[in-house]
Write a protein that binds this ligand. Structure first.
Ligand SMILES: [Zn+2]
Length: 458
């Protein structure tokens, strides 16, 4: 599937469910606005942490039972790529989530609240209760001071996360007695827990990242990394998945389960990760003592399957179903191990999924061609430095010195771009079939300049 980064509501509308009998009200679906910045202050309120600074988010107190007991464990679970449009494409794949939406409180107007709609910024927003313009994680890559485009968590280092998370502040306030843990698969998920040992007064929180072989990895200088081997446990889930269709042919949905990247995007990995989560809760006694612990989980497989097989594919439906099964298991597990009325769960997603252009009728803009066209038009200096350095789904990176050298204002570039057409971007190539006859359509409704001023196409 094409990148799920874009200005459309269907990428930013996501579920938010709070569940925790005795602590969270059972209001069912409510027509209230919630945003990703609201999760940190709400979790702070739930655990009774009074050191939370005023930031962008609000406490979602419409869901909280007044004078409720303090939970021993707060679990925040992100279904990666499990936004509303993904769920709507597979309405039968998440019966248990639907049940929790009714039994807890579910916000119908939940939005991630910022663009780009991709994994690193949104997880950082969840952890910090601040917007990307404050917390500094703005995309899957960003322009570093030396001009290079790099992963914001290069070397599994959270230094680019410029704001403290709830865990960064809460853990030291309780002398690092709370257990703070992340279970995910990429450093992009670190924004949920924060800076680990580099937080002021902090300690090495658990960052349990799993690679595609099911082994834990990460930055042991800043985080505690429990050993997980994958191996036999993952193989057991692969065997079960293979057998689930009644044939032991080492295939799932026509894909070889022995291929690492197939297995990684399949229900087998979901089941494996759920086992890892349960083992970790037991191992670390999460939710055992009265000091609230914080567990953050990212289930990456819905997103990964979407990228591989498409948002509306039966594979994504199957992966969602397994993620829903894992949710059911998790709730039962928490009731058994931590005990009823002693834990709270927040479930959300970081973005929706993009359809293929032939499904949506859209056009995937060629970024390199677009950058070249702008440079041909506006960059008249012969210094080997482009005016537009790079165009990605999250926007165009402009060299401000080059603007000056060429005596060009951003608004001029924007005004030129609002007339930019499919034909121009095609570079002489024929359009895809679904765009035949539409070559002269404009590609932009409007251009935002530094996220504020807009040049609109109307
Ligand atoms: Zn994501």
């Amino acid at each position: 599937m094409p990148p799920h980064t874009g200005p459309w509501d269907f990428l930013t509308d996501v579920p938010l469910v709070a569940f925790g009998p005795g602590i969270i009200r059972s209001r069912g679906e409510i027509e209230r606005l919630a945003r990703m910045v609201d999760l940190a202050p709400t979790a702070a309120e739930v655990i009774g942490f009074d050191g939370w600074p005023q930031r962008a988010g609000r406490v979602l107190d419409e869901a909280l039972v007044p004078n409720a007991p303090t939970p021993r464990l707060v679990v925040t679970l992100v279904w990666d790529g499990g936004g509303d449009n993904t769920l709507e494409a597979h309405p039968k794949s998440w019966p248990y989530l639907a049940r929790l939406m009714n039994r807890g409180t579910s916000w119908l107007e939940m939005t991630i609240g910022s663009t780009p709609s991709n994994t690193p910024p949104i997880h950082a927003t969840l952890g910090t209760g601040a917007w990307p313009s404050s917390h500094g994680i703005v995309g899957v890559k960003h322009r570093a001071e030396d001009g290079e485009f790099v992963d914001p968590y290069v070397d599994v280092d959270p230094a680019n996360l410029e704001t403290t998370t709830l865990a960064d502040l809460y853990d030291p306030s309780e002398s690092n007695v709370p257990e703070i843990a992340l279970v995910g698969v990429t450093p992009w998920h670190l924004g949920m827990i924060g800076h680990g040992a580099t937080a002021a007064g902090g300690d090495a929180d658990v960052a349990l990242l799993l690679d595609d072989a099911g082994q834990s990895w990460g930055n042991a200088a800043l985080y505690e990394i429990p050993v997980v081997e994958g191996g036999a446990a993952l193989e057991q889930k692969a065997t079960a998945l293979d057998a689930a269709d009644g044939k032991q042919d080492r295939e799932w949905a026509g894909h070889p389960v022995d291929e690492t990247d197939v297995l990684y995007s399949s229900p087998a990995f979901v089941a494996f990760q759920q086992q890892v989560i349960e083992d970790h809760i037991v191992e670390k006694d999460l939710g055992v003592d009265e000091v609230p612990d914080l567990l953050y989980v990212n289930m990456k497989q819905p997103d990964d399957a979407g990228h591989k097989w498409g948002a509306t594919s039966s594979e994504v439906g199957a992966v969602l179903r397994s993620t829903d099964d894992a949710l059911r298991r998790l709730v039962r597990f928490l009731n058994t191990i931590v005990g009823p009325e002693r834990w709270v769960l927040f479930l959300t997603a970081d973005h929706g999924q993009m359809l293929y252009p032939h499904q949506s009728g859209g056009y995937a803009i060629g970024g390199t061609k677009l950058a070249n066209d702008v440079n041909t038009r506006f960059d008249k200096t012969d210094d080997g430095l482009p005016l537009v350095e790079r165009v990605t789904a999250q926007g165009a990176y402009v060299d401000f010195d080059q603007l000056k050298t060429n005596d060009v204002a951003l608004a001029q570039v924007a005004r030129w771009l609002v007339d930019y057409t499919v034909r121009r971007n095609l570079n002489g190539d024929p359009p895809p079939d679904h765009l035949l006859g539409r070559e002269d359509e404009l590609l932009f409704d409007g251009i935002l300049i530094r996220g504020r001023k807009a040049v609109l196409n109307c």
